[in-house]
Write a protein that binds this ligand. Structure first.
Ligand code: VGL
Ligand code: ZN
Length: 200
C-alpha cells in the first residue's frame, strides 16, 4: 500500500499570462514542490493537444471560447487554443520540480476527444494507462493538486474515486477556472462522490 501525489496540469498555459490562465495558478507551485517530499510516488499530468484539437473554439466555425457544443460524447466547452504539443504553453511551469516525477501522463492527444481526467478521456472509456501504472505499484491512496480544480482536477478525482482509490484533493494547492459556477458544482460533485476535500 502506498500513496501517490497527482500533480494535474501545472503548465504555463494555465498560469497567469497563459492562453487559458487560471487566477493564482502560479501561486501553488512552491507548495506543490514542498508536498512532493511526503509521497513515495509522484505523477505529473500534462494537457497535450494537437493544434487542430476539437476542444478549441478555433476548430469550429462561428464559435468563441467558452461556448458549448455537442460532441459525440456529450457537451464540450470550447477553449482558447492551449497546451499545444511541444509549445512553451504546454511546458510545465518553470519552477515546478518536474525532475521529481516518477511518471508523466500526457492526455488530450486525440484531436476528436477532450481529456480532462488523468484516467480516462472524456468518452469515459479510453484509458490513459495511469490506473494500470498505479495498480502495478500498489498505490491505493491519492492526493490531487493542480489546475484546474473544476475541470482536470475534478474529473481526475471523480474517476479515481470510482476506481476505488481513497482520494484527497488539496484545495489550497489547486485553483479553478470557474466558468458559469463550475467551481462550486465541481466541489459539490466531488464531495458527494466521497472525495476528501481539504484546505491544508
Ligand atoms: C483543462 C480545460 C481544458 C484543465 C484542460 O487542465 O483543467 N481545462 N483543458
Ligand atoms: Zn485542454
Amino acid at each position: 500500500m502506498s500513496e501517490a501525489l497527482l500533480v494535474i496540469d501545472v503548465q504555463n498555459d494555465f498560469c497567469p499570462k497563459g492562453a487559458l490562465a487560471v487566477a493564482g495558478g502560479d501561486t501553488i507551485v512552491q507548495p506543490i514542490n514542498a508536498a512532493m517530499d511526503k509521497f513515495s510516488t509522484v505523477v505529473l499530468t500534462q494537457d497535450w493537444h494537437p493544434n487542430d484539437h476539437k476542444s478549441f473554439a478555433s476548430s469550429h466555425e462561428n464559435k468563441k471560447p467558452f461556448d458549448i457544443v455537442e460532441m459525440l460524447y456529450g457537451d464540450q466547452v470550447l477553449w482558447p487554443d492551449h497546451c499545444i504539443q511541444g509549445s512553451m504553453g504546454a511546458r510545465f511551469h518553470p519552477d515546478l520540480n518536474h525532475t521529481r516525477a516518477d511518471v508523466i501522463i500526457r492526455k488530450g492527444s486525440n484531436p476528436a476527444v477532450d481529456s480532462y481526467s488523468a484516467f480516462f478521456e472524456n468518452d469515459k472509456v479510453t484509458p490513459t494507462g495511469l490506473h494500470g501504472y498505479l495498480k502495478n505499484r500498489e498505490v491505493t491512496k491519492l492526493t490531487l493538486v493542480g489546475l484546474a480544480t473544476d475541470y482536470c482536477v475534478a474529473f481526475s478525482a471523480l474517476d479515481a474515486a470510482k476506481l476505488g482509490y481513497a482520494v484527497t484533493v488539496r484545495l489550497d494547492m489547486a485553483r479553478g477556472i470557474d466558468s458559469d459556477g463550475s467551481l462550486n458544482a465541481a466541489i459539490d460533485e466531488m464531495s458527494k462522490a466521497g472525495v476528501n476535500l481539504v484546505n491544508g
